[in-house]
Design a protein around this ligand. Structure first.
Ligand SMILES: NC(=O)c1ccc[n+]([C@@H]2O[C@H](COP(=O)([O-])OP(=O)(O)OC[C@H]3O[C@@H](n4cnc5c(N)ncnc54)[C@H](OP(=O)(O)O)[C@@H]3O)[C@@H](O)[C@H]2O)c1
Length: 216
């Protein structure tokens, strides 16, 4: 069957207790070895996608630095077009293609701020970014593979709409705790195990103190 949307791999480093960050938003969970593995995977993808809070909290570059390889296109979900233009992702948009997906709720002022940089602003949705609409657009733009790099809120939106094809998680040797610390998948959650997304474990690798689990 020919797919009408990109293939989506959800990727994250999690603590042993399933958190992707501490209560203060510290997400420095993975080892250097894991960063090298992640960057190799990034270099094989057409795009990386994250939610706005990940930009606000981590200010990531979302590029390929730990290995030699091409940078994927970077995509941020930001319904109101609020991400700071001082963020690394906007500041480096001259070098690496960057898409900011917004909704019709984004103000003219925010759009004008973003327009000062060579970012592609895509309006997909009324109040919030509508993923299926966005993915149709990205598919049209020949983006065939997306690495979904969180955070938990964005992961839930993809999982709940049946838009995750594979999961690659690095289980790191930390017990983080905190009932408000973000987990791999946030949102309302499924009410029954029978309704939740069930995957098949297809590969495990060990990197010193970490396990990398591959599900599809
Ligand atoms: N360990 C790891 O591998 C890893 C990876 C990534 C992130 N993190 C951590 O995760 C935390 C952030 O996670 P988070 O759950 O708070 O936020 P998030 O998923 O990064 O961002 C969520 C925000 O994205 C925007 N958004 C726009 N359209 C959306 C849509 N269709 N679905 C979902 N979100 C949409 C929403 O803001 P608007 O409504 O304003 O648009 C939403 O509040 C940070 O602490 C970061 O460090 C960890």
């Amino acid at each position: 069957m020919v797919s009408s949307r990109p293939h989506i791999i959800l990727s994250a480093a999690i603590s042993l207790d399933g958190k992707i960050a501490t209560i203060t938003g510290d997400s420095a969970l993975s080892s250097k070895k894991d960063k090298i593995r992640l960057h190799r995977l990034r270099s094989q993808m057409d795009a990386i996608l994250v939610g706005k809070n990940t930009i606000l909290q981590d200010n990531p570059m979302l590029n390929v630095r730990y290995v030699k390889g091409k940078n994927p296109i970077r995509i941020v979900l930001d319904s109101l077009g609020q991400i700071p233009t001082s963020s690394k992702i906007i500041q480096s948009s001259h070098q690496i293609p960057t898409i900011i997906a917004v909704s019709k709720k984004a103000s003219k002022k925010n759009l004008a701020n973003l327009a000062k940089f060579p970012v592609d602003v895509v309006i997909a949705g009324q109040n919030k970014v509508e993923l299926k609409r966005l993915l149709r657009f990205l598919h049209h733009k020949k983006i065939k593979t997306i690495l979904l790099e969180g955070g938990g809120t964005t992961n839930w939106d993809f999982v709940s709409q049946g838009l995750v094809d594979e999961v690659v998680v690095t289980v790191t040797p930390y017990l983080v705790g905190g009932n408000k610390a973000k987990t791999l998948v946030e949102g309302d959650g499924f009410s029954k195990i029978s309704q939740s997304l069930r995957l098949n474990l297809c590969k495990i690798t060990r990197q010193n103190n970490e396990l990398v689990l591959y599900y599809n």
